[in-house]
Ligand binder design. Structure first.
Ligand SMILES: [Fe+2]
Length: 170
């Protein structure tokens, strides 16, 4: 029976084209990326409808992949690490669910429609709040737990690379 050697594991990581970040570094980088995209959106003029659509879809795509990877890989590990993490993870999942609802609405709309900008703005505020809680409460707990964050970083990168969201292509 073939077993995967450590070399094989590092080859597949290289193939995914991802830098060697641990799970928390990777998720923190995602937060930064999305924050910058929201800032770019804010800077667009009211008439830049094509750019708005492109950026909004990019934001929705990035957030959706991030949330999926967190829910499938990161949150279960943090939950498992300690019972005391349960409530925080539950809250994070509920926050994701409300972000997903807004994302679905934004994807289904066209810029220039009533409330489009407002929905993007409210999404950005919700994500700000969620990022703050994650970075100040969940990430420190994950660092303290016995989780192999390095291996999880590769796992999350690989998962994000394979997720396809055709609705969110500009
Ligand atoms: Fe996150």
């Amino acid at each position: 029976m073939a077993t995967q050697s450590p070399q094989a594991a590092s080859v597949s990581q290289t193939q995914a084209g991802m830098p060697d970040m641990d799970a928390i570094e990777l998720l923190t980088q995602d937060h930064q990326t999305v924050k910058e995209l929201f800032e770019q959106y804010e800077g667009l003029s009211d008439r830049s409808l094509v750019s708005k659509r492109k950026l909004a879809l990019k934001i929705c795509e990035e957030l959706s992949k991030h949330a999926m990877a967190e829910e499938e890989i990161f949150y279960p590990a943090v939950r498992e690490a300690s019972r005391s993490n349960e409530d925080l993870i539950d809250e994070a999942i509920v926050e994701h669910a409300s972000a997903k609802e807004l994302i679905a609405q934004i994807v289904a709309m066209a810029p220039g429609e009533d409330l489009y900008d407002a929905k993007v703005k409210v999404l950005s505020e919700q994500i700000d709040h969620h990022v703050l809680e994650e970075e100040s409460e969940i990430f420190p707990r994950a660092r303290d737990a016995e989780i192999d964050l390095q291996a999880m970083g590769s796992q999350i990168a690989a998962r994000k690379a394979e997720i396809e969201l055709p609705d969110m292509q500009a």
